[in-house]
Ligand binder design. Structure first.
Ligand code: AMP
Ligand code: GLY
Length: 426
């Protein structure tokens, strides 16, 4: 089978590595990819330029399109190809289902109607409506821009004035453009976060290994939110009991309402006796995927084909009411290396990077914001690469990662790089 992956981040490099290992795949391309991908498998294009993607699909005789990021899904890539090339398999949800991620107001209104547990929220469509809600709201409170905002659209406020100023920036200064035409004002939820990934085929769900990610830039959850500084799998905050409950209370309702296909990523807040949805995403998590896929015991492609309605149910394990993919024992941990200054937009750019030719056993690198120019890897984004280790013992996995990063310091100037030291304390 000939496969094209869309995207350029760590998630897509991890997908590339997993799909490369499938005996069912004869040719594999990635567009646009990054510095970790062999040059002859990369195609330069914009993931939202559907006509250019169409040309590549015809030219390379692609049979399966695996969509990594949310933007093309929200822009309707599945609907586009259903019309242009009905035989093409597209892994991901249609445009209507992708609104679960693309519009937080849409997602909240669906959850409220379906009685899915989430934070109590108010919708505000202008500054006057926002002020009326915020003046009487308990603190802290959470403000969420409705539309996609590259992970920057959510802020937590401990002060009413600060929350009102934020609303003014959103409605008057248009800091999120049209993504801020409406907002959610939400109660703050206490607890620990975990990510639950279901592969869906319109009727049923099969669960991938769970994961947790680290959102703040500094150790112990300090500093601003980022795209994610690291992750581990399984996300053992989530017990099998949580998964069973999430299946019945959340995922089945999404399946019924949307005939959902592709990945349904449910971000959960787990409290002492509570489990609430923080968000839905219509794709795999980044940086969770870098840990989730190596924990799978089996090939990913049969599950993707099943999700696309092409094959019968692949090998899966039944736990009470839910099915899961077979998972390895042990842990996978991922530490992200970023450019100094990230997540602000003036992070250090064009950092040259050197990696050793030989890597320790069960350790691999996943590239994110890198490019390959003049025979060298150079940074091309804030999150640069991940060091990923699998081991039966999480402490050994952690030691292996941090020892390896220390060895990278002999090859690279780390004054331009940053990483967290507390990832994977399981
Ligand atoms: P979201 O894009 O909705 O997932 O929000 C980004 C991050 O903000 C989440 O992963 C949480 O860490 C935090 N967050 C969002 N909503 C809430 C909430 N209601 N209570 C506490 N933290 C939240
Ligand atoms: N890890 C958070 C996300 O992918 O949205």
């Amino acid at each position: 089978m000939r496969v094209l992956i869309l995207g350029s981040g760590g998630r897509e490099h991890a997908l590339f590595l997993k799909i490369s290992a499938s005996p069912l795949v004869k040719e594999l391309y990635i567009a646009p990819g990054n510095g970790g991908i062999p040059e002859n498998q990369k195609i330069e294009l914009d993931v939202c330029d559907f006509n250019s993607i169409l040309k590549v699909i015809i030219d390379k005789k692609i049979e399966l399109l695996v969509v990594g990021p949310e933007m093309p899904l929200a822009a309707g890539i599945k609907n586009f190809f259903k019309e242009k090339i009905p035989a093409l398999l597209v892994f991901g949800p249609d445009q209507h289902s992708a609104r679960l991620e693309a519009s937080k107001v849409f997602s909240y209104e669906f959850m409220e109607k379906a009685n899915i547990p989430t934070a109590k929220s108010h919708v505000a469509r202008n500054l006057i409506e926002a002020e009326a809600v915020i003046k009487n709201h308990s603190l802290p409170l959470v403000i969420k821009a409705d539309g996609l905002a590259s992970g920057k659209g959510v802020s937590i406020h401990h002060d009413t004035k600060e929350a009102l100023d934020k609303c003014s920036e959103i409605f008057n200064d248009k800091i999120f453009g049209s993504s801020g035409d409406s907002i959610l004002i939400q109660e703050f939820m206490q607890g620990k976060e975990a990510s639950l990934f279901a592969i869906c085929n319109g009727k049923e769900a099969i669960y991938l290994p769970t994961a947790c990610d680290y959102k703040r830039v500094y150790d112990h959850g300090q500093g601003p939110n980022t795209g994610g500084m690291g992750s581990f799998s399984p996300g053992n905050i989530l017990t099998q009991e949580h998964i069973e409950k999430a299946h019945t209370l959340i995922v089945e309702k999404v399946l019924r309402e949307f005939n959902y296909t592709g990945i349904l990523y449910t971000g959960l807040m787990i409290g002492d006796n509570t489990m609430n949805v923080v968000e839905f995403n219509c794709r795999l998590g980044d940086p969770e995927t870098q840990c989730v896929l190596p924990m799978m015991e089996t090939d990913l492609i049969p599950y993707i084909l099943w999700s696309c309605g092409k094959e019968n149910a692949p090998f899966r394990i039944k736990n009470n009411e839910t099915y899961s993919v077979p998972t390895k024992p042990g842990y996978c941990i991922n530490v992200v290396l970023t450019a100094a200054g990230y997540p602000s937009s003036d992070y250090v750019k064009n950092i040259s990077l050197k990696f050793p030719d030989e890597l320790p056993e069960n350790l691999h690198m996943v590239h994110a914001g890198t490019k390959f120019t003049n025979g060298a890897v150079v940074s091309h984004g804030g999150r640069i690469a991940s060091v990923v280790v699998y081991d039966k013992n999480p402490n050994i996995a952690r030691d292996k990662i941090y020892n390896f990063i220390d060895s990278l310091k002999k090859l690279n100037d780390f004054s331009n790089l940053h990483y967290r030291l507390d990832i994977g304390q399981i």
